[in-house]
Design a protein around this ligand. Structure first.
Ligand SMILES: O=C(O)CNC(=O)[C@H](CS)NC(=O)CCC(=O)C(=O)O
Length: 307
């Protein structure tokens, strides 16, 4: 009898210990608020770090004044275009003054920043990484993601552009991480990554609920595919998709499509811009995301046994 009691109580103790470690690991994660406000900034960045920064600083302030807790900037927010010599000069490591300045901006405005892609220097190389940085409201870098898919197109004869990102960038070699945040689990990507559904799916399988595609889409490819791809990624992954974009004529050679957008997990566009610079704020609602996923649980219907 005494033995039996001991046996049961030891099981109970084990269960209790298991429950308390689970509780500990849950409480050490950030519990996201169910609703949050995000700001999306659309820019026509040029080859002038100061001009771009002062525009961004004022838009970030406007977003914060409208209640944004997270503000998203497009790819190449800090600098766009320029000669090879200029590009050589503006490359910086993550620890450099550029990212420090933007970390300051985050603290000043009490917001998180998604810095959608900047020219990260690579020691000993003439090339750079295209790196998406996420900074929290304390000014800490919470994530770095190096763009995996480099954009290569030959479309000048079809009324578009010839672009070969691999001539000046090295591709990233690591999957983006899912970042726990007060707004939900974030999945950072960049621009051309949008065309690769398996990357988004990998983030979503690991728990991402907000997918980020800061971009500088070309006018030709953007007018054909931008909205289609963003809404598709949202619908197939039952996620929020957040895409801040470059817009307009950056220099005589390069123009971007604009049309920054936030799409909800049902595929509806809940915030959008045309081709002007500016910003909008909109609401992220994780209860709504749960409802969409609960009503039609596509993500649990995957045939992992076959595919
Ligand atoms: O060139 C720079 O300085 C910065 N990088 C970019 O603007 C990148 C690579 S050229 N643009 C894209 O990925 C556009 C993708 C796109 O337009 C599509 O997928 O259709």
């Amino acid at each position: 009898m005494a033995l039996t009691i001991y046996f049961f109580s030891s099981i109970n103790l084990q269960l209790l210990m298991k429950a308390s470690t689970q509780l500990h690991s849950l409480s050490s994660q950030i519990a996201p608020s169910r609703k949050s406000t995000i700001g999306v900034i659309q820019l026509c960045s040029i080859n002038d770090i100061e001009v771009n920064y002062s525009k961004i600083a004022s838009f970030v302030k406007d977003c914060a004044n409208k209640g944004a807790q997270l503000v998203c900037l497009p790819e190449n927010f800090a600098f766009m275009g320029g000669t090879p010599e200029e590009m050589e000069k503006i490359k910086e490591p993550v620890e450099g003054p550029l990212i420090k300045r933007y970390a300051h901006l985050a603290v000043e405005n009490g917001v998180w920043l998604s810095l959608g892609g900047y020219q990260e220097a690579i020691e000993g190389s003439t090339k750079r990484y295209n790196t998406h940085i996420i900074i929290n409201d304390k000014g800490e870098i919470v994530n770095k993601y190096k763009k995996l898919h480099l954009f290569e197109v030959q479309m000048a004869q079809a009324g578009g552009l010839n672009l070969s990102e691999s001539t000046f960038c090295e591709p990233g070699m690591e999957l983006p991480k899912v970042i726990q945040s007060p707004f939900g689990p974030l999945g950072p990507m960049i621009c051309y990554d949008l065309r690769f559904p398996e990357l988004a799916r990998s983030l979503v399988t690991r728990g991402a609920q907000l997918l980020f595609y800061p971009s500088a889409f070309t006018v030709k490819t953007g007018s054909a595919h931008w909205e289609l791809l963003l809404r598709t990624r949202a619908v197939e992954n039952q996620c929020y998709v957040i895409a801040s974009a470059q817009t307009g004529q950056h220099n005589e050679k390069r123009a971007s499509y604009g049309h920054s957008m936030v799409v909800d997990p049902w595929g509806d566009i809940i915030g959008q811009m045309s081709d002007k610079e500016g910003f909008f704020v909109c609401e992220i609602d994780l209860d709504y995301l749960d409802k969409v996923r609960g009503n039609m649980a596509c993500l649990t219907h995957m045939r992992k046994d076959i595919l």
